[in-house]
Design a protein around this ligand. Structure first.
Ligand SMILES: C[S@@+](CC[C@H](N)C(=O)[O-])C[C@H]1O[C@@H](n2cnc3c(N)ncnc32)[C@H](O)[C@@H]1O
Length: 503
């Protein structure tokens, strides 16, 4: 297969040599062997070197692969409705993981604006500095008027209210690749044969990983599987950070454990992409190829559930996009393509070509034998009124809970300016959309606990700048503490401060 591949140019080869040197250094430090997880981590994410961290084009026609938002603007347009509805159930805040070229954010924001559903904050959590710069550029080009609501985060928030979305992120997180042959368990990895990196496995020695693999492998037969341990930890952590009513959407390609996979996946699903070709050899040209694999959606659902989330829906991408009207949106394209067309033959031909191109992209997105069937959409929610975060009094913000409750049972007054006080009198800056944990002393040794989102003061006659829209009911100390085991209180009391209060 490699004979037919377009050869990288001299600049790309020189870059790859730097990546090779970096990986060889890691191999030397690790006794001559790296797990595939560590190899993939290095060639995709080593700062300044990895495929996602350096300047390669990656997405689109001039790159190595095409993702759904790159394929058609209708993809982001269709997502706007479920995302808008989910924000209305929780908060007008959106977090996109792995923003790619920024095209999804730009197109989604435009569509949300047209629907009068713009988020107050659109955060992108992106590991790659070059992709961050590219996302900023795309947004500046496509929707400069909306750039002010976009911000980039380095890490997951401790607490998040709103909607989280990720497309093709889990498949980009390096997995452990485990094999069972007969009774013998091994982990796939990489070594250097003097000329290039080659596949080499080692006996699986980590007992926790062995137990995990054993619990997921079919009872009998030789088998290879990717275990996305880091992706599962990501979902579990995300689940724990979401507030009641919030939603997590995952779109990715993969399978449900137990599905019969095509025979060519018998040695695992890990593959490399280079200039729109699929390569069975992920070790070729380190740093110049994307490496990816199928997501185990059962493992992901279990992880999200460990984080407290409930699976609200699971369907193929084709079903999801059709259910939300992509064919109607395509039909409207015909109108748009023909608009302004005064029947000149050339205009007709151009309109027809534009429509055919849009239709071809939509077909790929929904075709059960193409992306429509391989990709899945999973929606997880934290049910409304779920109470879960233990926050001790000393990390909480003072709120005059009694003062405004007669006006509106869900809104309390906070402050006339941008400062609130915590338990020790320390001033903390707040802004719209922050999620706060509140307390009010009852004066008799008891306390009222509540939590919610900072909103603008809705009362014309009240002097506040900011109020708090409570999520769920207020609780007295005995009710509140009764929800947690001593162990839970001990664990969360180890934390110092909720970062969200000042970010
Ligand atoms: C295949 S690209 C998909 C990009 C984009 N979502 C799209 O659909 O075009 C994978 C993206 O995930 C990002 N990524 C990988 N691991 C991540 C992580 N742990 N957290 C956030 N982003 C991550 C990469 O930097 C990259 O932007």
């Amino acid at each position: 297969m490699s004979a037919k591949l377009p050869e990288p140019d001299a600049v790309a080869r020189a870059h790859s040599q730097k990546v090779v040197a970096h990986v060889r250094d890691l191999l030397d430090k690790n006794g001559g062997w790296l797990s595939l997880r560590d190899y993939m981590q290095a060639v995709l994410y080593a700062p300044g070197l990895g495929y996602y961290m350096a300047g390669a084009q990656k997405f689109g026609d001039g790159g190595d692969f095409v993702t759904a938002p790159e394929l058609s603007p209708l993809y982001a347009q269709i997502w706007a409705t479920p995302i808008n509805e989910a924000m209305q159930r929780s908060a007008p805040t959106m977090l996109e993981l792995g923003g790619g070229s920024g095209v999804f954010a730009a197109q989604l924001l435009r569509q949300l604006q047209a629907m009068k559903g713009l988020p107050e904050r659109y955060a992108i959590l992106e590991l790659s500095p070059t992709l961050r710069a590219r996302q900023r550029q795309t947004l500046s080009d496509e929707c400069p008027d909306l750039l002010s609501c976009v911000e980039w985060w380095d890490h997951l928030p401790d607490v998040f209210a709103g909607v989280v979305f990720m497309n093709e992120v889990l498949d980009a997180i390096p997995p452990r690749v485990i094999e069972r042959a007969g009774e013998v368990w091994r982990e796939h990895g990489v070594t250097f044969d003097g000329e290039r990196f080659v596949a080499a496995s080692q006996p699986l020695s980590d007992p926790a990983l062995l137990a995990l693999a054993a619990s997921r492998f079919p009872e009998q037969g030789d088998y290879v599987a990717e275990l996305n341990v880091a992706g599962e930890a990501l979902l579990e952590t995300l689940g724990r950070s979401l507030t009641a009513g919030s939603t997590l959407f995952i779109n990715d390609y993969g399978f449900e454990r137990g599905d019969t996979l095509p025979a060519h996946y018998a040695r695992g699903t890990l593959r490399a992409y280079y200039q729109h070709r699929v390569l069975d050899d992920p070790l070729l040209w380190p740093g110049l190829l994307d490496i990816t694999y199928h997501v185990d959606f059962v493992a992901m659902a279990e992880a999200a559930q460990r984080g407290g989330l409930t699976l609200a829906s699971f369907q193929t991408q084709g079903e999801f996009l059709q259910r939300h009207g992509i064919l109607d949106a395509l039909a409207r394209c015909v109108g748009n393509c023909n608009a302004g067309n005064n029947n000149a033959e050339n205009d007709n031909a151009a309109a027809e070509a534009a429509y055919l191109s849009a239709a071809k992209a939509v077909r790929t997105l929904i075709d059960p034998d193409a992306m429509g069937g391989i990709f899945k959409v999973a929606e997880f929610r934290l049910p409304p009124n779920t109470k879960r975060k233990y926050q001790p009094k000393q990390w909480r913000i003072f709120a005059d809970t009694d003062n405004e409750r007669p006006f509106d049972s869900n809104i309390v007054g906070l402050t006339k300016n941008d400062e609130v006080s915590d338990f020790s009198g320390r001033a903390i800056l707040i802004k719209e959309g922050d999620y706060l944990y509140l307390y009010m002393d009852c004066g008799n040794g008891d306390c009222i606990f509540s939590e919610g989102l900072v909103i603008k003061n809705p009362y014309p006659t009240k002097p506040y700048k900011w109020c708090c829209k409570l999520s769920g009911e207020i609780e007295y100390m005995s009710e509140y503490e009764g929800r947690f085991s001593d162990e839970e209180k001990r664990v969360v009391c180890g934390r110092k401060e909720s970062k969200n209060m000042t970010n």
